[in-house]
Design a protein around this ligand. Structure first.
Ligand code: PGA
Length: 251
């Protein structure tokens, strides 16, 4: 059984922005976003959490972080705990983005621990999974995404229905090469089945986002797929008109 749920459109600003650019971008979003029929979030660089918390106050835009420590506190130079993020009104934290897995060596177990830390603080983790081009070409897509999600399911037990999943094929991120709606839907269906085995009927309420070169032109056809419940948007989330068009396509 599926439950009615709002789609979620989350912008991942990555390592972009400045005080001035953030203010202009959020002002442009606020001016035109109206009352969206989907949930909307912006996941911003950590130094700007306080600024953007103020900028989105009283708007439909929720605040997100791009990472969270697996640890609660202590000698972890450079990391931010979930409680610290919560202090700034953070509602969502991306975990296991492929850039973190690739450049910072994050393992499936680390990602699972980060998701658990977020959940324990009342922050919704946006858990990213996705295969590389060589994994896809070798026919390993399903095996890879199932392994990545299994670690998170294993570490989070009955809380699993509180997560958001983002399927982001690595070959589609920042490349302009989007998965076709059918390619994306096929993987989303695999993830949904896996979630169903873990969470039963509650799996229907877990949002599975697509990410990877989603833009104003292709969003509607991706979002029309049965198991695509929103988007995690990189490049196009930095341009207010494009991000607004994607939000408008999510109903
Ligand atoms: P992109 O990035 O939209 O620029 O491809 C998506 C992501 O990495 O989350």
């Amino acid at each position: 059984m599926t439950h009615p749920k709002k789609k979620l459109i989350a912008g991942n600003w990555k390592m972009n922005g400045s005080l001035a650019a953030n203010a202009a971008l959020v002002a442009a979003l606020r001016e035109s976003v109206g009352t969206p029929s989907c949930d909307v979030a912006v996941c911003v660089p950590a130094p700007y959490l306080a600024q953007v918390q103020g900028l989105v106050d009283g708007s439909p835009l929720a605040l997100g972080a791009q990472d969270v420590s697996a640890h609660a506190q202590g000698a972890y130079t450079g990391e931010q705990s979930a409680a610290m993020l919560k202090d700034f009104g953070v509602r969502y934290a991306i975990v296991g983005h492929s850039e973190r897995r690739q450049y910072h060596g994050e393992s499936d177990d680390t990602v699972a621990a980060k998701a658990a830390a977020a959940l324990a603080a009342g922050i919704t983790p946006i858990v990213c999974v996705g295969e590389t081009l060589s994994e896809r070409e070798a026919g390993h897509t399903q095996e890879v995404v199932r392994r990545q999600l299994a670690a998170v399911i294993h570490a989070n037990g009955h809380c699993i229905s509180e997560i958001v999943v983002a399927y982001e094929p690595v070959w589609a991120i920042g490349t302009g090469k989007t998965a076709t709606p059918e390619q994306a839907q096929a993987v989303h269906a695999v993830l949904r089945t896996q979630l169903h085995h873990a969470a039963g009927d509650l799996a229907g309420r877990i949002r599975i986002l697509y990410g990877g070169s989603m833009n104003a032109a292709n969003a509607a056809s991706l979002l029309a797929q049965a198991d695509i419940d929103g988007g995690l948007i990189g490049g196009a989330s930095l341009k207010a008109p494009d991000f607004l068009q994607i939000i408008a396509a999510a109903r």
